[in-house]
Design a protein around this ligand. Structure first.
Ligand SMILES: Nc1ncnc2c1ncn2[C@@H]1O[C@H](COP(=O)(O)OP(=O)(O)O)[C@@H](O)[C@H]1O
Ligand SMILES: [Mg+2]
Length: 264
């Protein structure tokens, strides 16, 4: 096998069974509650007021922190610190990221963009892979779009739907970090289901109760550090079902009002 193909196969196959963030310190230098272990197929939500350190926690994962950030945390892969070579190799590969302000600047059609990505990911049937990504994106987006449309013409919601579908179905990154996409104009529940099925480590900083309760557990932040970990209870699942139903109803009424249709 050629070197390039070798590297590709390695990148595809590599997925840690766990990522650990060792306990750091808060903004006053006080020690953090404990280590946090993240595993594939699990959703972890980050909660806490603005400025409490949620985005910093995501950055510590993204940059493979090794005690060199304000929090002093270290990121361990499968329980051990990566050496300098591994860190270099993993820069930009470990995580895919979704943020609120994301728009495309490329002058390409959606179809060509996704197909190019599918080819670079060595998908066995790139055309089919691209078709699936676009179909999934359309099932997440409030307003569907045509595969022939230019990327720059997508709305914010459509762009994020495409990024989520692309990440879930084509990305090699074993971890996905999401920073406050609550008003993203995408179907949140479906997006999470799609991401979960991809068996990635999913970490979401959010103020949205539905997203927070969709997570298996919640890390509560205060003053730059994790203050406590809360595991979702059965009762909270019931509350999630009720909140989701209310949200669906709000969405339905909004759509009718927009079209000037009667609510009854
Ligand atoms: N443990 C810490 N020690 C020092 N500075 C921190 C710590 N945690 C967060 N910060 C800094 O505090 C600021 C607010 O944190 P941020 O992660 O953006 O909060 P949030 O995303 O919860 O609104 C940022 O500048 C961040 O780098
Ligand atoms: Mg933030």
């Amino acid at each position: 096998m050629a070197d390039g193909a070798d590297a590709g196969a390695k990148a595809r196959a590599w997925a840690p069974a766990s990522l650990t963030l060792t306990a750091g310190r808060d903004k006053s230098g006080r020690p953090e509650a404990g280590d946090v272990v993240l595993r594939p197929g699990e959703i972890t939500a980050l909660l806490g007021p603005t400025g409490s350190g949620k985005s910093r926690f995501l950055s510590d994962i993204e940059s493979l922190a090794c005690g060199d950030t304000p929090t002093g945390r270290r990121l361990l892969l499968d329980g051990r610190s990566p050496d300098a070579d591994e860190r270099f190799e993993l820069q930009g590969r470990l995580v895919a990221q979704l943020t609120q302000n994301m728009n495309f600047v490329l002058d390409l059609s959606v179809r060509d963009f996704v197909l190019t990505h599918a080819l670079s990911r060595e998908a066995p049937d790139p055309q089919e892979a691209a078709r699936r990504v676009i179909a999934a994106a359309n099932s997440l987006a409030g307003e569907p779009f045509d595969p022939g449309v230019q990327l720059t013409q997508l709305s914010g919601g459509q762009s994020r739907a495409l990024m989520i579908a692309d990440t879930a179905l084509l990305s090699w990154s074993p971890a996905l970090l999401i920073d406050e996409i609550e008003n993203a104009g995408v179907d949140k529940r479906r997006a999470l289901d799609l991401l979960l099925a991809s068996d990635k480590i999913v970490v979401i900083a959010t103020h949205d109760p539905v997203l927070a309760l969709s997570a298996d557990r919640r890390l509560v932040f205060e003053h730059g550090a994790v203050r406590m970990t809360v595991v979702r209870t059965g009762e909270e699942r019931d509350i999630l079902a009720r909140l989701s139903e209310m949200e669906r109803e709000t969405t339905r009424v909004r759509a009718l009002l927009r079209k000037g249709e009667p609510l009854s």
